[in-house]
Design a protein around this ligand. Sequence first.
Ligand code: ATP
Ligand code: MG
Length: 360
Amino acid sequence: MYIERLTLQSFRNYERAELEFSPLTNVIYGNNAQGKTNILEAVYLFAQGRSHRAKSDKELIRFGESCAKLGLDFCDSSRSYRCAMQISSNGRKSVSINHVHIMKLSKLMSYLNVVMFSPEDLNIVKGSPAARRRFIDSSVSQLYPAYLAALIDYNKTLAQKNSLLKMLKTKGKRSDPTLSVWNSRLAEEGAKIMNSRAEFVKIINRSSAEIQSEISGEVLSVRYTPSIKTENMTEEEILTYLSEREGREVEMASSMYGIQRDDIEIFVNDREAKLFGSQGQQRTAALSMKIAEAEYIKSIKGEYPVLLLDDIMSELDINRRMYLSEKIRDKQVLITSTDTDLIDKDTETRLFKIENGTVI
Ligand code: ATP
Ligand code: MG
């Protein structure tokens, strides 16, 4: 799939802008703080329904304005889509695809897929388990709406269970029948989520290992380490596991076990990358996992996602840059950089110079 056109009105530091993209490499360049990442952020919004960095949608509206309007035309191998989005000052977003209003923003993922890679993605390797869970969740949710639905339901139930646990602690009570109601619900959704996560990590492991070995000759291995370790993660087994530990959870006034505590372990050359990897190794591992994600999307959807590369070339050495350039040659990429010399260009490459919220 590829994006043809993006229009912005009162979005971030853009008053009005229009960009017509090449189906291959697009380089968005300019000095710091001019609005390069804002372009990628706008595209990402259309794929994921939310920004990759804003805490609140209100931040997306140009200072002093009351609403932002965005438009995106894109196509896949079967048809083309015209997408429009309006963000109001109360933070509400309204979206239409081919003039039909979309009720649930998560629906967007079934039309447009993107994989974003930015310097912060180093956190997949270096950061807390939450960063790794986010990586799995956003990848799997893009492809399987049922996964996202299970996750939303799980988190709602978890919040209810946590407030019950706190209440029990305050009242000095040791148990409550409602606890097993929440646990059954968590076991039901948790089993689905764990199985999907296990499956996803297995695929990413295989494919990112191949990629890492091509880039650097290193051996990458990625393993799912669920918080609840059961043989085959059936709902019943998870429920038993939780029930047996109810007392401890009441004592701690917190949900100690479940997918909210899952992690993945990442090894480079048999050593844990978080602890022993060099900066470059960690970066390459994160990159390999992201490319693996893009290939996974391709294998399921039959369409390669649009790649959004935010300022990453300057962080890679020449070999890693060359590998990446080769890998993305026949795909649509939107790539930001302060230095265009770092990017391989050919006759198909389109360049956009960004200066203080203006596309030149
Ligand atoms: P760098 O190279 O440093 O990453 P960049 O070109 O990617 O820079 P962006 O993050 O795209 O920069 O844009 C940052 C600019 O947008 C800043 O000047 C910031 O003040 C401005 N900006 C952010 N939000 C808004 C907003 N809501 N209204 C107006 N301007 C905004
Ligand atoms: Mg930027």
